[in-house]
Design a binder for this molecule. Structure first.
Ligand SMILES: NC(=O)c1ccc[n+]([C@@H]2O[C@H](COP(=O)([O-])OP(=O)(O)OC[C@H]3O[C@@H](n4cnc5c(N)ncnc54)[C@H](O)[C@@H]3O)[C@@H](O)[C@H]2O)c1
Length: 327
């Protein structure tokens, strides 16, 4: 036996002794046999093991829009889902309606219809304790937390000189502070899981200045910066932090009177498709918006095995606008 193989054999014995002492060998054997049984059952039933089987994904702003579509992608890949949402239609300093409790229940039903387990939690991302409580409940039920989508956000359209103090506070506390608190609440659980993913939704408006969305856009520049700092801080702990930056997406966040009138002030009754057509006329790909599924697929990529060694990235999904951005 060479000294190298002696060392390896010794290390294996020590590690086996440690596992016996701590009881982890029993747990590991049980876990392995459970996986085998699940795989065997899947093979028997003609289904295959999916990429996120056994993982749990926590989605802020999951009651509708990009959050819900991303949760559906995670669910299709086998993850357990937690939808965290304020689910309160009238939010002070926000000019359009947010979803209701009933919308959150409908979102849960959509996830469950895909065969995934889903729990919901009504809370505010501005409140760290809400997010900590929701994550604790998720770990109690599903056993771990592996993927976090920081997505809950609010918008604002209008001239910089007109934005009110209440709107400024709300934009920053939700879009920036909320993402920071999501990160803080998630870190202990991701560490326990041996690593994980945090995916942040920013915006194409995080890449350039904009005369209509200046106040909102600034919050999204902040998201990119924060996500890169989180990537640096937690990379060695196997926690990957990446950003998806969407262009215009068809959701109530963009398809509302305040946004449509601000973008097309001279149109009598502007519609979302009018705004999309205006963007399309100058866009790289000749289209002017995305559907939520386009964004959800990019989000899923950052949760997948393909990106297990990628962090600090900002990926644009913006009809080719990335070709114009400097970053
Ligand atoms: N739709 C677009 O054109 C577009 C483009 C770029 C980026 N984004 C970003 O994508 C994200 C999702 O937007 P969307 O288009 O799906 O919007 P949406 O309004 O359809 O969904 C946002 C969700 O966040 C929830 N939410 C808002 N404030 C919350 C709070 N304080 N606590 C908990 N939940 C809260 C809402 O209830 C809602 O369910 C946002 O961060 C937004 O800034 C949207």
């Amino acid at each position: 036996m060479t000294s190298n193989s002696k060392n390896t054999a010794h290390a294996q014995k020590v590690s086996r002794r440690q596992m016996l002492r701590t009881g982890t060998i029993g747990a590991a054997a049980v876990a392995a046999s459970t996986v085998m049984t699940a795989r065997h059952a899947a093979a028997q039933s003609g289904t295959t093991t999916r990429e996120l089987d056994g993982k749990t994904a926590f989605v802020t702003g999951g009651a509708r829009g990009i959050g819900l579509a991303s949760a559906e992608e995670f669910a299709k890949a086998g993850a357990n889902i937690v939808l965290f949402d304020i689910a309160t239609p009238n939010m002070p300093h926000v000019s359009y309606a947010l979803p209701s409790r009933a919308d959150l229940a409908t979102a849960q039903a959509r996830i469950e219809a895909l065969g995934a387990q889903c729990m919901t939690y009504r809370g505010d991302v501005r409140n760290l304790e809400d997010q900590q409580a929701a994550m604790r409940r998720a770990v109690d039920r599903f056993g771990s937390l592996d993927i976090v989508l920081a997505n809950a956000g609010v918008g604002h359209a209008g001239a910089i000189e007109d934005v009110t103090a209440g709107e400024i506070s709300t934009l920053y506390e939700v879009n920036v502070g909320g993402y920071m608190k999501t990160t803080q609440a998630a870190l202990p659980h991701l560490r326990t899981a041996g690593g994980g993913r945090i995916i942040y939704i920013s915006s194409g408006l995080s890449r350039t200045g904009n005369g209509i969305f200046g106040s909102y856009g600034a919050t999204k520049w902040a998201v990119n910066g924060f996500a890169k700092s989180a990537a640096l801080a937690y990379g060695r702990e196997n926690i990957m932090c990446n950003v998806v930056a969407p262009g215009l997406v068809r959701t109530p966040f963009a398809d509302n009177e305040a946004v449509l009138r601000a973008v097309l002030p001279n149109a009598e009754n502007p519609t979302f498709d009018d705004v999309s057509a205006a963007i399309a006329s100058g866009s790289t790909l000749g289209i002017g918006h995305h559907e939520v599924e386009d964004i959800a697929k990019a989000v899923m990529w950052f949760a997948s095995d393909a990106t297990k060694r990628m962090t600090g990235e900002v990926m644009d999904v913006s009809y080719g606008d990335a070709a114009r951005s400097v970053g």
